[in-house]
Design a protein around this ligand. Structure first.
Ligand SMILES: [Zn+2]
Ligand SMILES: [Zn+2]
Length: 271
């Protein structure tokens, strides 16, 4: 019976494709478009069953060709510790001067693009407008960026203070971490990090105030002692939130933290 049903579905899908009726709706511009044949459907991303974890798959299934080009990954030079294009690379090293002088507590970073233009707009829609249907797209982008990192034992997201979580109703970093967890089959630790101290909204603060705002905000359980963790967030701006969360994990016995986020704020760009 199941075999007959899948044969019927396959025949109908082939017919639809031949007639040019197979259409997805672009999650960025919301216009219908015809995906390339053999492309995963949006349902595959939501179910976490994409055939090959790749941003190209995500873009093919969820974005029209024009939006796919607008949201293409950043491929320029980047410091492996902070992700920014090095302005004064040390001779023989791709690590930027700032990271050589003051190394961040995480081991390395992976991200999709710079926090500007269409990617910034898409992340703002996810974070402030409740457009959770964008999480599979952005998480799919992140899937393609993590190939440079060592495999983790656990994935966890930068948590929100419970009061902020109640107000917004969801944590966008956790929504992105869920996409990585579902598609890579790596456990997602939802209670590993907590944020018992409420801070001000980071976007309104300068770099120095951001550091002191989050310095003692996080608490980590020793459950991940001896393990390697990917710490997921939506955007890295100055890195002070990621640094405070990473220090809490390391203090709780985590052996290595790698930072994974969708977008990196370029130097000297207001958030
Ligand atoms: Zn589009
Ligand atoms: Zn750097």
């Amino acid at each position: 019976m199941a075999g007959l049903l899948s044969t019927i579905i396959f025949s109908l899908t082939s017919l639809q494709s031949r007639l040019g009726l197979a259409q997805n709706r672009c999650v960025h511009c919301l216009r219908p478009f015809s995906p390339a044949s053999g492309t995963n459907s949006p349902a595959h991303f939501l179910a976490g069953t994409i055939a090959r974890p790749s941003a190209h798959c995500a873009a093919d299934a969820l974005l029209c060709p024009a939006c796919s080009a607008l949201l293409a990954p950043y491929t320029g030079p980047r410091c492996p510790r902070c992700g920014l294009p090095p302005t004064n690379p040390h001779e023989g090293s791709t690590v930027c001067g700032a990271c050589l002088q003051n190394p961040p507590p995480w081991s390395s970073v992976a991200f999709h693009g710079l926090y500007q233009d269409s990617l910034r707009h898409t992340l703002l829609r996810l974070k402030f407008d409740g457009h959770l249907y964008l999480a599979p797209l952005l998480g799919g982008f992140m899937l393609d960026s993590v190939g440079c990192l060592p495999w983790p034992d656990l994935i966890t997201a930068v948590p929100q203070h419970p009061g902020h979580l109640r107000h917004r109703g969801y944590n966008q970093a956790h929504e992105l971490a869920k996409v990585l967890h579902r598609n890579l089959d790596v456990p997602l630790a939802t209670q590993l990090l907590t944020r018992p101290v409420p801070g001000k909204e980071q976007a309104r603060l300068g770099a120095k105030a951001r550091r002191s705002n989050v310095q003692h905000s996080f608490s980590a359980s020793p459950a991940a002692s001896g393990l390697r963790v990917w710490l997921v967030d939506d955007v890295m701006t100055t890195g002070s939130t990621m640094a405070a969360a990473t220090r809490a994990l390391l203090a709780a016995g985590v052996t290595r933290v790698d930072a994974v986020f969708a977008a990196r704020t370029p130097r000297n760009t207001p958030n």
